[in-house]
Design a protein around this ligand. Structure first.
Ligand code: SF4
Length: 116
C-alpha cells in the first residue's frame, strides 16, 4: 500500500499539467504582457497643446508637419518607427519622452529618432 507521501498532491498535479501543456508559460506571459498593454491603452493621449509637445512640434499626423518650421522632417518618419515609441495594442502607444501619455503611431515630433 503506497504511503501518503508517495501520492502526488493536487498542487503537484496542477504544476505537472501546466508544465506539460505549456499553459503555465502562456498564463505567465499573459500575466506579464496584458497588464502592460492595458496600461498603455489607459494612458491619456498627449495633447498637441502640451507645452513640451508644442515645443517639439508634436502632431498626431506626420503629414501635417510644417516643412518650413521643421526642415529635417521626412514624410516617412512617424512615432511608430521612432525608437522612443512603444507600440500599444491600438493606434496610440507610450513614448519615452512623454511619460504617462500615449502618442499617435502616425504622429511625429522633432525629437524623432529612427529605430535601430
Ligand atoms: S519622440 Fe518619437 S515617439 Fe515620441 S512623440 Fe516624438 S516622434 Fe513620436
Amino acid at each position: 500500500m503506497p504511503s501518503k507521501l508517495d501520492q502526488p498532491t493536487v498542487d503537484q498535479g496542477r504544476r505537472r499539467f501546466l508544465k506539460t501543456t505549456g499553459i503555465g508559460a502562456g498564463v505567465a506571459l499573459a500575466a506579464t504582457v496584458l497588464p502592460r498593454l492595458a496600461q498603455a491603452d489607459d494612458l491619456p493621449h498627449l495633447a498637441v497643446t502640451d507645452p513640451t509637445a508644442a515645443a517639439l512640434g508634436y502632431t498626431e499626423d506626420t503629414n501635417t508637419v510644417d516643412a518650413k518650421k521643421f526642415p529635417t522632417h521626412k514624410p516617412t518618419q512617424d512615432c511608430a518607427n521612432c525608437k522612443f515609441f512603444t507600440a500599444g495594442s491600438g493606434e496610440y502607444g507610450p513614448c519615452q519622452l512623454f511619460p504617462g501619455k500615449s502618442v499617435h503611431a502616425k504622429g511625429w515630433c522633432s525629437a524623432h529618432a529612427d529605430k535601430a
